[in-house]
Design a protein around this ligand. Structure first.
Ligand SMILES: [Mg+2]
Length: 359
């Protein structure tokens, strides 16, 4: 089966209610690339930016990179990935170049699973048919303590057993008060992950990490900028709780350094930032060699398959930022998401919604 063409569509999906994470979020811009084959199959992949930041540029990059696989044989996955890599590196080996290749690589794997009439998770390994998820789209930096407590308690009543809160905008004392409030609201048995979005120093991270350990925090994510691998390593050694990094790291090369230097206790792999499904699977296998769990970041619709496929997959982040473009988006139930058993990723695009959100 050969790839015969592609179509890309840039979208703008507004947020239901704005919130402050690393920035104030107003909208998400998924760019969907759909590949077609000589046997009439179609499947999509997706990359995204937010707040309309260079969405046209992302679409242009995907258009340029997708050309590289037209005429290619679908089954030759490593060959097609090499073509994507060679083309996209001329745009950039980080950022938009990698995002573009990732979108096309996701579409290729979605197509392969459809061609073989099996769910992507099964094609990639099939270790399980459901994955644990943690609630991630809540407990943002701009929420008041009351709001944090209401949201956190609400998540528990929805069946979540784990949730992530953000820190790093307030003083250390205020952040700790907010954490105490969330712990109070959920009780002792719920896992709380903390993400401080790259803003602390090594010293802040160790001091705060020790306080968080007393409150039973499950992991500390991205306390300092990821390029400071020596700093991450120092924090990881100083704390008993797991340190998590990797969501903005591209390719095997980036992760090799994190793993070799024991700079993360969990491999957090983002299917877009790393370079697609092919590279996600390779990095997850590298993590296995270092006896590390692998977790996903964003892209629920692909990530549930990736985490379900591998022996060391532990958590999927539930972040329904652009779920409105799907007919039947991933829905957690009792803190888990079932992997669709239909061919491909099993999440099909909602054409009416696509028309509504089209830029
Ligand atoms: Mg994060």
């Amino acid at each position: 089966m050969k790839v015969t063409g592609f179509q890309t569509t840039a979208l703008r999906v507004p947020v239901r209610e704005s919130f402050v994470g690393s920035v104030k979020f107003e909208c998400f811009n998924p760019v969907v690339v759909e590949l077609s084959t000589d046997e009439g199959l179609r499947a999509h992949g997706v990359a995204m930016v937010f707040n309309n930041f260079h969405v046209g540029l992302l679409k242009s990059c995907i258009d340029a990179v997708a050309e590289a696989v037209v005429g290619g044989e679908l089954a030759r996955w490593a060959q097609l990935w090499e073509r994507l890599r060679a083309t996209s590196m001329r745009i950039g080996s980080d950022g938009l170049g990698v995002y573009a290749m990732a979108a096309v690589d996701m579409a290729l794997w979605n197509l392969r699973a459809k061609a073989l009439e099996m769910p992507l998770a099964k094609l990639l390994g099939g270790c399980r048919d459901e994955v644990p998820v943690y609630a991630s789209n809540y407990l943002w930096r701009d929420r008041s303590i009351d709001e944090l407590q209401r949201e956190a308690a609400g998540l528990v009543s929805q069946g979540y057993r784990a949730m992530k809160m953000r820190m790093g905008l307030k003083t250390r004392n205020d952040d700790l008060k907010r954490l105490v409030a969330v712990r109070e609201a959920v009780g002792p048995d719920i896992d709380i992950m903390v993400d401080s979005l790259w803003v602390w120093t090594v010293h802040d991270s160790i001091v705060m990490g020790r306080e968080m350990e007393k409150l039973g925090v499950y992991w500390l994510e991205d306390p300092i900028p990821t390029h400071d691998v020596a700093g991450l390593s120092e924090i990881a050694h100083a704390l008993d709780m797991p340190l998590v990094a990797g969501e903005n790291v591209s390719s095997k090369r980036g992760f090799r350094e994190l793993f070799e230097r024991r700079a993360t206790d969990v491999a957090m792999i983002d299917v877009q930032a790393v370079g697609g499904v092919t590279e996600w699977m390779k990095v997850a296998a590298m993590a296995e060699a270092y006896n590390l769990p692998a977790v996903s970041h964003l892209f629920d619709e692909f990530s549930v398959h990736l985490v379900a496929a591998i022996p060391n997959g532990t958590w999927t982040e539930h972040m329904p930022w652009w779920e409105a473009i799907y007919q039947d988006p991933p829905q957690p139930k009792n803190g888990r998401i079932q992997v669709p058993q239909t061919p491909g990723i099993g999440f099909e695009l909602d054409r009416d919604a696509m028309a509504r959100f089209r830029l």
